[in-house]
Design a protein around this ligand. Sequence first.
Ligand code: ADP
Ligand code: MG
Length: 682
Amino acid sequence: MLTLTSNISSLRMIGNVYAAKLNKLSIYTIEDLIYHLPSRYENYTVISKINRLQPGERVTVIGTITKISNSFTKSGKKIQKARLSDETDSIDVIWYNQPFLTRILKAGSAVSLAGNTSIYGFKLMLESPEYELVTSQKSLIHTGRLAPIYPETRGLSSKWIRSRTYSLLTNFLSEIRDYLPARLLADYHLPPLKSALFNIHFPKNLTDVEDARKRLSFDEMFLFQMHSKLNKLKNKKEFTKFRIRNEEFNPKIHGFISSLPFTLTHSQEKSLQEILEDIAEPYPMNRLLEGDVGSGKTVVAAIAMYVVFLNGFKSALMAPTEILAKQHFRTMKNILSPYQIKISLITAENHPDTENTDIYVGTHALIADKIELKNLALAVIDEQQRFGVTQRTKFRQKGDKPHLLSLTATPIPRTLALTVFADLDISVIDEMPTGRKKIKTWVVPENKRASAYNWIKELLKFKENYAKITKQAFIICPFIEESETLTTVKAVKKEYERLSREAFPQLKLGLLHSRLSAKERQKVMSQMENKQIHILVATPIVEVGIDFPDAVVMLIEAAERFGLAQLHQLRGRVGRGRYQSYCLLFSDNANSQTIDRLKLLEKSDKGPILAEYDLRLRGPGEMYGTAQHGFVPFKIADLGDVNLIKTSKTAVETVFEDQSLLNFPPLQDKLRQAKIMYIAPN
Ligand code: ADP
Ligand code: MG
């Protein structure tokens, strides 16, 4: 017996070949296909008699094929010519390169054709119309209506999906149970699930679409928030043995803070307070510390680690790259060694004796099986979005329910914070240490490239020549896909050579990318640090964390390939010291939309605002990677829909207040099997 959860390959009308194609769209079950929603509709609702047709109209014409044949154009292309008649008149129809049509449409076939009319010679004709046979058993699904257009993949057309979906809806709709209690439907004016699902695919009009979208978006957001809420309740039931006391250590903590070479900003203090309160609780903390690059998250984490040390426990800080791990290691040593705290660096090449350590700093080498982190009470993940869920989970499992602090410079727009992160506690550092200058940002057109290079040269010049290096620059070359590939490395090498030879022969350039050995990388980094390099040409490997206070220019090639938040993060590599800094954005793509998007960076230096734009323009999936990173892109719910977020939140509260709603069996079933598996960024 087939049910909603049956594999689609078990449907005779689909079979293995098409099932494999559907799998590419993440469609595995009958229910998945029903939930594969149209991205838009082709409007074929105007049905016209042939004698009423006008040129340039988008219409549906119903009639009979009187003749149809394949023929060849002069250039040898196959075309299909047909004539269609109704009781008023007849018209020519033409298709290109669809020879199989003569097997489907024959003289005498009753058909419905939908498409655009055009003039050819002096004659009106229908060009490449959508077609379907008219029978008394079946309503029109491809023509004469709003025809759903779906996200497609190679070999899977909207027409194909539409036919299958129609037949699935006819056969399985009765199986769908509404999991929202009637009271919620009434309270929020939502249509029943069955009609929403049918109407989202085959609406009679746009009001149908609107109602259906409203219901399905509500469901998505509601279920998501139900999961978050349940997760949060579950976390509060878990206990940790690491209750980190801070009151009795207050003098020491204050002493430590005042020994720092700067005073904490208000945001830093507030975030620290929130963290210390959390880790004093008997439940493991799961807190995200969010703040723009350079806002000083590391030191907040360091203070928390110091307090853990005072309690006699251990902490670990994991960073996504070796460069960054080493930098953190140095920072930690600088500020913590005066307190007899033992710090170890753990990387792929470096496995010191971990017994005798209070604070571990490292790359993902920290979570290797052979590494034991005994008594780990606080796990800190820097640039948490760079790690996958499994890595984060593994890190956590190195200890016995340790507290978890995730640091991120990827700003989270408010709307996302309220939804995706509903079960996570968030601290925000929303001010920069005083004295930072705003980074001047320009989107530079290609024809100003040469003058931009000259300008950079002048900027990096010390007095009359280039012999002494004071100010430095980054030039970031594009990367392809998520990670660096060979082609990328080639591209950056080539650019490095071109720049050394043509643009900046007087300057010293360095090259950095991930295919260099750790040793080579380290060498380039120390050259940069020791002012032996003017310009570091690199892949976005430098995105995370590096601190070069005298770097004043960040030039980014093919900037359109990055999200705004990511560009903002790259830009944060400069402007960390005493000089005015600049960010120059080049784009391979001169279209005005791309340029407008990039220009948002000229206007704003607020991470969360740029992130909100990204969210609107590119969607959460693009922004944060896939579900693998702990984010689940919504299929239909608009994360910018504040009203939806509010109503679904209220609905969740209502459900938790009224046991009879919470215990509604279809809802319980749905929660159990929900696809919307929420994975907290832990
Ligand atoms: P991020 O939040 O990007 O990780 P870091 O923690 O690396 O930022 O801090 C950037 C720089 O700012 C570091 O050199 C750090 O010592 C410095 N810093 C941190 N907090 C302050 C502060 N309150 N005042 C001045 N400088 C600070
Ligand atoms: Mg950092």
